[in-house]
Design a protein around this ligand. Structure first.
Ligand SMILES: NCc1[nH]cc(CCC(=O)O)c1CC(=O)O
Length: 312
């Protein structure tokens, strides 16, 4: 009997992602047993220390370091991440496979619509990108830092007296919470985090058998999109906490269009642009768009944002 161990974080969202990922695999490979294993992360154990220790010291993420260590040791055969939570730097010996189909990439405002928010309304988000994007269109808003999993973040509308919160549509849909959506935010003003809505399927490079099986459910179009978005982020030396948004779409003519944006934390300064090119050169497209935005002044916006988020 062939058995593969599939790792993920402990959250409801992580478990929903594993179920979604394994459904077609179990159908296609009935002779293979896929068994889920929860791997706790530093960021799950103690949310207060999230920004400081793990990510700052190792360059890794407070949400993925333990998963990657388990994979490298061979405790699990594959890890199912939210791709946007994975750093763009790849640990030696590990690799990402093409993700399966992607959920909706947009962010959503929950609790209100944008136009329905009163002057000075309190909107909850812990993401510098979302705060910056909100302030760029509504400088009157008061952004309230919140963190945690998706359901508790929604509850904070009531418990913290917020007018709204911003969360990913993908997370809401995977949790069956799309009824909470007040408005899906428009992509050109609120481009998501690179990789948002896609799963990060991580394996060991040297495990050919599991790579082969998992590759059968990979989607080449999604792979091209997320490679472009993540190459853009990497070229800007961004992590998951910089005010960088991007999304790529495959056009009817087969070309890939990548849109990217960098916004200052107060929303006052913004550079954005787009590039279109061959889908099989998606990473080049991402690097070229990053260079365009650096020419427009992206680096000074990002340096300022990094300095501000490092002390807060
Ligand atoms: N950083 C938390 C996180 N990681 C993945 C998702 C769901 C969206 C996705 O799968 O990309 C979320 C929630 C959110 O951003 O609101």
């Amino acid at each position: 009997m062939v058995q593969y161990l599939v790792g993920s974080r402990a959250s409801m969202l992580a478990k929903a992602q594993v179920r979604e990922y394994l459904r077609p695999l179990r159908e296609q490979f009935p002779a293979v047993t896929f068994t889920h294993r929860v791997i706790l992360e530093g960021g799950d154990k103690d949310r207060r220390s999230l920004v400081s220790d793990v990510s700052a010291v190792s360059g890794g993420s407070a949400f993925s370091s333990e998963q990657e260590a388990a994979l490298a040791r061979g405790d699990v055969d594959v890890v199912v991440h939210s791709l946007k939570d994975l750093p763009t730097s790849n640990p030696p010996g590990l690799m990402l496979l093409p993700p399966p189909g992607r959920e909706e990439v947009s962010d959503a405002l929950c609790g209100s619509t944008l136009a329905g928010l009163r002057k000075g309304a309190r909107v909850g988000t812990g993401a510098p990108r979302r705060a910056a994007q909100l302030l760029a269109v509504r400088p009157d808003l008061q952004v309230v830092p919140i963190r945690g999993n998706v359901p508790p973040r929604l509850k904070k509308i009531e418990t913290e007296g917020l007018d709204a919160v911003v969360v990913a549509v993908a997370g809401l849909r995977r949790l069956g919470l799309e009824h909470a959506i007040g408005e899906v935010l428009p992509l050109e003003l609120f481009p998501p985090s690179p990789g948002q809505g896609a799963l990060g399927i991580q394996v060991r490079e040297d495990k050919a058998a599991v790579r082969e099986i998992l590759s059968t459910v990979g989607d080449a179009a999604v792979d091209a999109q997320v490679r472009a978005e993540r190459a853009f982020l990497a070229e800007l030396h961004g992590g998951c906490s910089v005010p960088v948004g991007a999304y790529a779409q495959l056009r009817a003519d087969g070309k890939l269009r990548l849109f990217g944006q960098v916004t200052s934390l107060d929303g006052a300064e913004r550079v954005s642009g787009s590039r279109t090119g061959p889908a099989d050169e998606s990473e080049k497209l991402g690097a070229e768009l990053a260079a365009d935005l650096i020419d427009q002044g992206a680096n000074s916006i990002l340096d300022e944002a990094r300095a501000a988020t490092a002390i807060s």
